[in-house]
Ligand binder design. Structure first.
Ligand code: PLP
Length: 411
C-alpha cells in the first residue's frame, strides 16, 4: 500500500542520543533545582556560572553587521567572496599554508558532511568512519542511503592505523572508491588528537590506495580552534603532496569557532591537485546547496569575515578563546586526575570539549547510563562508552565526580 512517505524513507522517530540526554538533564534540573544535577550532555560551552558562553568579540561584530546584509540573500550560492577568502585566511594563511582550494559555504559542519556524502557516493556505496565517532554521522549517512563501515579508533592509547588500513582497503577492493572520515583535532567524543606521524601513516596509506581508485578524505575539523598547538598548518601542508586521485574535503564549522551553534555557518574546503575534478566537485556541491538549502545565513558569514579581517576584534577573540581553553584544560585535569585515582577507565584524551568513559560491554554500559541518570548525572550513551561533556560541567561539579561515578558503577 502506498503511504504519504516515500518507500525509501523509514518514518521512524529520530533517536538522537545527544538531544535526548540533554532533555533528561534539563528536566532533572527543573525538578531538583539543579544543585545536584550534573549536566554532561550538552556539546556546547558553558561558563562557570552555568550559562551558555558567548564570545563578546563575536557578538559585538554581529551587532555591527548592516541590517541589509542580514536581510539579503548571500551574494552567490557558494557564499560571498569575502567569506570564502576569510575561511582560507583563517585555516591556511595564518598557519603558513599554501594550497589551491575551493570554498563552498554550508549550513554548519553538518551541511558540509551531508553534501560531501551526497556528491561522492551513490546509494548502496559505503562511507567509512570511526567506530567511536559523532553520533549524527549515522543519521547523515542514512539520509543518502549509503552503507557504513567503521574502523577502530584506538590500539592501546594510539590511533589504530591497522584497522584504518584494513577497513579502507576492504571498501576499495569491493567498490573501487573510498570516502573516509577523520575527525581531528579534539575528536568528538574522545578528545583525541592524532600525532604528526599518525597523520603521515594515514596519508601514505591513502595515497597508495588511490592507485586503485579515487579516495576522498573528509577531514572533519569542527573543533580546530580548540587545538592547543597553534600550528595545525603542519597537517594541512601535508595535503600538498597527495596524488591526483585524492580529494580532501575539510568540513569547517563556525558553530564552535564563534560559539554560534544556531547561526548555521560552515564550509566545505576542497583540496586536490586534480584541478578539473576539484572544480567538477565544487559545481556538484553548488547544485546541492541550491537544491537543498539555497544560501547560508548571510549575517553569520559576514560576522565570520569581520572576525578574520578586523585586527582588534580578532585580538580580543584570541584572548577570550585562551580563557575558554585554559578552563577546558583545568576541567579535564580535575576529571582525569580523579578518574585515575579511583580507577575509572577513559579513552586517551588530549584536548577539547569531551572525555569518554570506556565501557565496551553494551549491557553494562546501558545499565550504568540509567543508574547515573537516576542519580542526576547525565552523559551521552555512545558506542563504546559514555561521553562526558566537560565543556558544559563547572569545575565545582567535576570535583568528586569520578568517585560518585565509581561508587554508582560498583554498586
Ligand atoms: N562534526 C563534529 C565532530 C561535531 O561535533 C559537530 C557538532 O557538534 C559537527 C560536525 C557539526 O557542527 P555544526 O553544528 O556546525 O553543524
Amino acid at each position: 500500500m502506498k503511504r504519504f512517505i516515500s518507500d525509501k524513507v523509514k518514518g521512524t522517530k529520530i533517536n538522537d542520543v545527544v538531544f535526548e540526554a540533554s532533555q533528561g538533564a534539563i528536566e532533572a534540573s527543573q525538578r531538583e533545582g539543579g544543585q545536584n544535577v550534573v549536566n554532561g550532555a550538552f556539546g556546547t560551552f558553558f561558563d562557570e556560572d552555568g550559562d551558555l558562553f558567548t564570545f563578546e568579540s563575536v557578538y559585538e561584530l554581529f551587532g555591527k553587521v548592516d541590517r541589509v546584509q542580514i536581510a539579503k540573500y548571500a551574494s552567490g550560492i557558494p557564499g560571498p567572496k569575502v567569506f570564502r577568502d576569510a575561511v582560507k585566511d583563517w585555516l591556511f594563511t595564518r598557519n603558513n599554508v599554501t594550497l589551491d582550494s575551493e570554498v563552498i559555504a554550508t549550513p554548519g559542519g553538518t551541511g558540509a558532511l551531508s553534501s560531501t556524502i551526497k556528491n561522492t557516493l551513490a546509494p548502496g556505496e559505503t562511507v567509512v568512519y570511526p567506530k567511536i565517532g559523532w553520533g549524527p554521522y549515522k543519521t547523515i549517512a542514512s539520509q543518502h542511503n549509503v552503507n557504513i563501515a567503521t574502523y577502530d579508533m584506538f590500539e592501546g592509547d594510539a590511533f589504530n592505523i591497522a584497522s584504518f588500513r584494513e577497513t579502507t582497503s576492504d571498501v576499495m577492493e569491493k567498490e573501487g572508491k573510498v570516502l573516509v572520515f577523520i575527525n581531528d583535532p579534539c575528536q568528538n567524543p574522545t578528545g583525541y588528537t592524532m600525532t604528526n606521524s599518525e597523520w603521515d601513516e594515514v596519508l601514505r596509506h591513502l595515497n597508495m590506495l588511490s592507485d586503485k581508485g579515487p579516495v576522498v578524505l573528509l577531514h572533519d575539523i569542527a573543533y580546530i580552534d580548540f587545538h592547543k598547538e597553534a600550528h595545525y598548518g603542519r597537517i594541512f601542508n601535508k595535503y600538498r603532496h597527495l596524488s591526483e586521485n585524492m580529494l580532501v574535503v575539510l568540513a569547517f564549522s563556525a558553530s564552535k569557532t564563534m560559539t554560534a551553534y544556531g547561526m548555521r555557518v560552515g564550509a566545505q574546503v576542497l583540496i586536490s591537485s586534480n584541478k578539473d575534478e576539484r572544480i567538477a566537485f565544487k559545481h556538484a556541491c553548488e547544485n546541492t546547496a541550491r537544491g537543498v538549502w539555497s544560501t547560508v545565513n548571510n549575517g553569520g558569514m559576514m560576522t565570520f569575515a569581520s572576525l578574520v579581517n578586523d585586527k582588534a576584534a580578532n585580538a580580543k577573540y584570541m584572548k577570550e578563546k585562551e580563557w575558554v581553553m585554559n578552563l577546558l584544560e583545568e576541567r579535564a585535569s580535575i576529571l582525569m586526575d580523579e578518574a585515575e585515582k579511583v580507577g575509572l577507565e577513559l579513552y586517551p584524551y588530549k584536548e577539547g570539549f569531551f572525555i569518554t568513559m570506556k565501557i565496551t560491554d553494551d549491557t553494562k554500559k546501558d545499565a550504568m547510563h540509567k543508574a547515573l541518570n537516576d542519580s542526576g548525572i547525565f552523559f551521552v550513551n555512545i558506542k563504546g562508552g559514555l561521553r562526558i561533556a566537560i565543556c558544559s560541567i563547572q569545575k565545582a561539579k567535576l570535583r568528586g565526580l569520578a568517585k560518585r561515578i565509581k561508587d554508582i558503577v560498583d554498586s
